[in-house]
Structures are given as C-alpha cells and as structure tokens.
Design a protein around this ligand. Structure first.
Ligand code: NHX
Ligand code: ZN
Length: 610
C-alpha cells in the first residue's frame, strides 16, 4: 500500500494508534492521589510495619501505607521478581494481602472508554454501510470494477446487431489491443480513451464487451456512480485502483458506464461544484495523462449526456475518440429484433420488418423489451407461439402503458373521450403534413383515457415548420372537438396542451421559426441540470422586452394552429360524428378504418363482438 497516496488510510491508522495509546496510558495512570514508591522503599515500609494492605497484580502492586506523619495513603509500585515478598509481609504483620486477575483493568477501562469505543464501532459500521456490498471496511478505497470473464460465451461484434459504423470505428481499438507490441514498435500513437455517446439502451455496454471479446483481453466493467462517494478522496482512490488493476492486466479494456456521474462539468450547479466529485474527476484526468499508451490499457467510457461532460475530458490525450452510437434505423431495428427473437417461437404471420417499421425511435433495450412483453402476453393467453397481435399489443404497451379495460367509464364520458380522439384523428387525416394514423382508441391505457397514435412512414431526422404547425393543430384538435360538440371543455386536454406549448416554445426560442424573433437561441434553461448553473448567465441576458415578444409569438403560433384545426372540424362535422359512432361501437379504429370513413365508405361489419 502506498501510504502517501492514500490520505484516508493514514487518517484511519493514526486515529487508531492515538486511541490505543490513550487507552494504555489511562490503564497506568495515577488514581486517587496514589504515591509511587520505589520497590526498595516499599520493602522498607513493609519491614517498618507501615504497610497495611497490599494488592498484587501482574504489572502493578497497590495498597495502603502509613507515611511518616501517620497518615493513611495509597501507593503503587512495580513488582519485581521477589520470592520473599509473601514471607516478608507475613513476618511484618501486613494485615491484608491478596492478588487480582491480570485482566481486571479492562473493567474500569470499559466503563471510562466504552462510549468512545462504541462511537468508533459505529463509525466503522457507517463506513462499511457506505462502501456497500457488505465488503470489508478497509476495501472502500478500492474500485468495485468487476473483471468480466467471457468464459461461457464470448461476446463479439457478431452479437451486436446494427451500429455498423460504430463497429468499424471500434475495430481499430480491437486491432490495437490485439497487437499492442506491433503498434509499439512502429511508434504509433494509440488512443487512450474512447467515449461512446448514445441514448440509454442503445447498447453501449454491449459494444464495450464486444470490443474486449473481439480482442480477447480482460474487461473491467465499472460505472461512474461507483466513484461518487460522500467522503473526499474515496472516489479518487477508487479511480487510482481501477487504473492500477488495468496496468496489472495489460493489455486490457477498462469500461466506465455513465461517466457523466464523475465527468460532470466542474463549477456547475449550486455552490460552484462538489469537492469530492471534483477530486475524482481530477484524479481521472491525472491517470489518463499519466498512463502510457504503450501499456496497452484503453479506457472506454459511455454517456448519454455529452453536453454535461467537463471539456477537459474531451481534450486530446484523454478521450481521443468520440463515437456516436445513434438510435437504430429501420434496418438496424429489424436486425436487433431478429437477434432478440432468436430464442422465441414466432408465428408464421410475424413480420419483423413491419414491427421495425412501427417502432421508430425505439432503441435496442426497447426492442428487447418489446419481444419479451409479446412473449409474456402469448404465454398469458396460453398460445404456443408469439403472433403479430401480441407484438402489436406489446408496442402499444411500451408506448402508452398497459390497457385498462376494466376501468368503468360512464356513457357521457365515453362520448367526450370519443369526440376528443375523433377530433385528433380528423385533423391528422385532413392536414397535408402529418404522419399517417396508426390507431385511434378509447380504451384507457396508462395515464390516458384514450389516444390517437400516428406513426411516420420512414425514419425521420428533420421536421419542417409546416409539419410542426400541423402537429400543433392535431394536438389541439381533441379539445376543439370537445368544445364544438359540448360547448364545454374538460381537464383532459392538459397533456395535449403541454405538448403543444413545448413545441411552440421551441419553435420560437430554439428553431428560429418566428419572424419577429428570427434565428436566435433564446432558451433560458436548455437542460435542467444547468439550472442555477453556468447557463443562468446566458439565460438572464434575455431582455424583458424580448420575453414579451416570445410569449406573443408562442400565442400567435398556437392561435394559428387552433384556427386551422377549428376550420377542419367545423367543415367535416359529419365525418367527425361518423368516427365517433364507430369508436363507441368498436373502441379501436385502425388508420385504414379512418381512411375509409373519411372517404365516405362504410366499415366491414363486425362478425362477432370486439
Ligand atoms: C385524469 N386522465 O387524470 C384522467 C384519468 C381528454 C379523453 N383525471 O389527449 O386521457 O384526463 O388524445 C401521458 C399521456 C395526463 C401523460 C397522456 C397525463 C393524459 C389523453 C390526462 C384524453 N388523448 N387525459 C389525450 C387524457 C386524463 C393525462 C398524461 C396523459 C381525454 C386525454 C388524461
Ligand atoms: Zn388528446
């Protein structure tokens, strides 16, 4: 153990030493005006008959004697190897003499020091609790990174569906880990750190495992949160330990998930920063600078919040490579679905291509969850395989929560819900720049009493201004429909209003879509984490006059969208009524059903019930 580098341990040992020292001292301390007598003096007193009482224990003799003035006093002396002591005492009329057990001094010590000992025990116990996992107290400065052994099944790039480009970029790291000596000879500079950016669930951890698996090197997995502790120095010490282990096992791959937990921008947030976290981050930077690329240790880190990372981490020589793991596209999703459904029996009606099409924005974890939910639904129904219906229900579950068919809803409210959803549906259908309707339902699901689901035809990365305006009209369509039919509005539209307000606000303050404001970024609190942080400076620069214009423009946009939606619904009130009738009859309508109704066709009558 390098004591110098572990202040925490030094403190621990020093305090232990001091406590033990005090304890021993106290055991031998003078008490009740005891006089210390030399052994020779003691013997003289015995011979002169001045000793009245003697208590012999190992290490000390105590007793009472009469001094020259005849006053009774307590004395203490150190025993010597003196076989004649008892005989002398008997000869000189020492009235009482006895010996006591060796360890009897523990009694008074416990009485005096018990509370302090208890305090220490409590402190140790606290430490133990804080370092978690019931590990030994003294190991709390150690990293908890686990050495992941791929003994049973080695994970390779083949097990990672999609992310083709990412795999290509990571291949370079694999090459280096595999042939670290070859690279060394050529004197090439090898990246020390690779940062993976991507939404949660995109498979960053899996990719890291696959890199280690491909290269056939040890893989240490840890999470940034493990390095954030209450006590200053603990996190830093763990970072050091992680790198020490890495060097021992080189060439190897260190993986740190959620690095934003330690790598957060310093001086952000209330109070200007966190001492412990800052120290941990500094230690990480020091280790990254310190270790030699020749050692063959590569740190792979993952985060979904690149914006909060301290810029120092991203400087050359630290995380040289930054790889973006994007959400899977259509083809990736199909691939991922087939990987996850490998061990699931699928009915012949299942088309993973269609499922992939219906799940834009889903990441790997969502898709795994989707397959699992579908399998559970199939099992619940007693089916022997998973069919398309199970998969569709699973999508809806993930998007909006489980159905609540048993919730009792009065006829009056059902009608309101039906008009609300029909309002969304008709506006969505009749406006030009909207996504096709997938499903309209008045069966409660999750927090919603009813819902209208639209799905884009293809993956989309950009949204135009007219599309946004149409989305706003669709969102407001539900409430407008309620208002037109019942001349009354309900509380149910709060979520629609929230979404509409958010979109309109972004249009004005982020997307530069307002004529009066122009292309100026005016978002005050772009991310909640910066609340009261460094961005308040930027945020407060917006003048109150501009804020007024922002509010005005947001209202303008909403009003325009509302006007458009109102016109559509007013002009097609008979279609609206028709959708509502069908909804009340069937509870669910597909996009195809809506198309037919809008085109004036009748729906195929239901054969049995729903
Ligand atoms: C309530 N729920 O809270 C009742 C139970 C207007 C026919 N008193 O707009 O269900 O009023 O188009 C995510 C998604 C709150 C979060 C939906 C939080 C809905 C939904 C309120 C339909 N469909 N509103 C809609 C609705 C409601 C709510 C949500 C959320 C209603 C409306 C919820
Ligand atoms: Zn709504």
């Amino acid at each position: 153990m390098r004591e110098k580098r572990k202040p925490w341990f030094i403190f621990f040992w020093i305090s232990l030493f001091v406590i033990v020292f005090i304890l021993f001292n106290s055991a031998h301390k003078q008490r009740n005006n005891e006089t210390y007598l030399e052994y020779s003096q003691f013997k003289q007193y015995i011979k002169s008959g001045n000793i009245s009482k003697v208590l012999v224990s190992s290490g000390v003799i105590k007793g009472q004697y009469r001094d020259n003035y005849g006053i009774l006093r307590h004395f203490r002396t150190i025993p010597m190897n003196d076989p004649n002591l008892i005989k002398d005492m008997e000869d000189n009329k020492v009235l009482e003499f006895s010996s006591i057990e060796k360890n009897s001094w523990i009694g008074p010590i416990l009485l005096n020091w018990g509370p302090i000992i208890l305090l220490i025990l409590f402190w140790l116990w606290m430490m133990k609790g804080m370092s978690g996992n019931g590990k030994h107290v003294l190991s709390f400065g150690k990293t908890r990174a686990k050495l992941v052994k791929n003994k049973t099944k080695k994970i390779t790039f083949k097990d990672v569906a999609g992310c083709k480009e990412v795999k290509e970029e990571l291949q370079e790291i694999v090459e280096f880990l595999k042939n670290s000596d070859k690279f060394q000879k050529l004197g090439g500079k090898i990246p020390k750190g690779v940062l993976l950016f991507g939404s949660p669930g995109t498979g960053k951890t899996l990719l890291a495992k696959a890199v280690a698996g491909e290269a056939g090197v040890p893989f240490f997995s840890s999470s940034g949160s493990e390095f954030v502790e209450m006590f200053v120095g603990v996190g830093a010490s763990r970072i050091r330990d992680l790198f020490d282990r890495g060097r021992k096992f080189a060439p190897c791959l260190l993986f740190m998930d959620e690095i934003d937990a330690v790598g957060r921008h310093r001086f952000a947030g209330i109070g200007g920063g966190h001492d412990e976290r800052e120290q941990t981050l500094n230690q990480l930077l020091v280790e990254m600078d310190g270790f030699n690329t020749k050692e063959g240790v590569i740190l792979l880190a993952a985060t979904n919040r690149p914006d909060v990372l301290d810029p120092a981490l991203l400087r050359p020589g630290r995380f040289d490579r930054q790889i973006i793991v994007s959400n899977p596209d259509l083809i990736d999703r199909e691939e991922i679905l087939s990987v996850h459904s490998k061990d699931v029996k699928l009915n012949s009606d299942v088309s993973l291509k269609i499922i992939a099409k219906r799940t834009p924005g889903f990441v790997g974890a969502d898709l795994a969850n989707l397959i699992n939910e579908a399998a559970l639904l199939a099992a619940r129904n007693g089916q022997n395989n998973v069919n398309m219906k199970n998969l569709e229900e699973a999508i809806d579950r993930i998007l909006a929560g489980p159905q609540k068919k048993s919730r009792f809803i009065s006829e009056k409210e059902k009608k309101i819900i039906a008009y609300h959803e029909a309002g969304h549906a008709i506006v969505a259908k009749l406006l030009p720049s909207t996504d096709p309707i997938h499903k309209v339902s008045i069966i409660p699901r999750g927090p919603a009493l009813g819902y209208t689901l639209q799905l884009p035809e293809n993956d989309k990365y950009l949204t135009s201004k007219s599309e946004l305006l149409d989305i706003l009209s669709v969102l407001l369509g539900g409430r407008i429909s309620e208002e037109l039919i019942f001349s009354e509005i309900t509380t149910g539209s709060q979520n629609d209003i929230l979404k509409a307000t958010n979109i309109a606000t972004k249009m004005v303050t982020e997307f530069g879509m307002s004529e009066k404001i122009g292309p100026i970024y005016l978002q005050q609190n772009p991310r909640e984490d910066y609340f009261l942080g460094k961005d308040i400076v930027k945020g407060s620069k917006i003048s109150s006059k501009t804020i007024e214009v922002i509010d005005e423009e947001i209202k303008n946009i909403i009003d325009t969208a509302k006007f458009k939606a109102t016109n559509i619904i007013k002009q097609h009130i008979n279609i609206l009524n028709k959708i509502v009738d069908y909804l009340l009859e069937r509870e669910n309508l597909s996009g195809e059903d809506i198309n037919k109704i809008v085109n004036g066709k009748e729906l195929i009558p239901l054969s049995v019930s729903t």
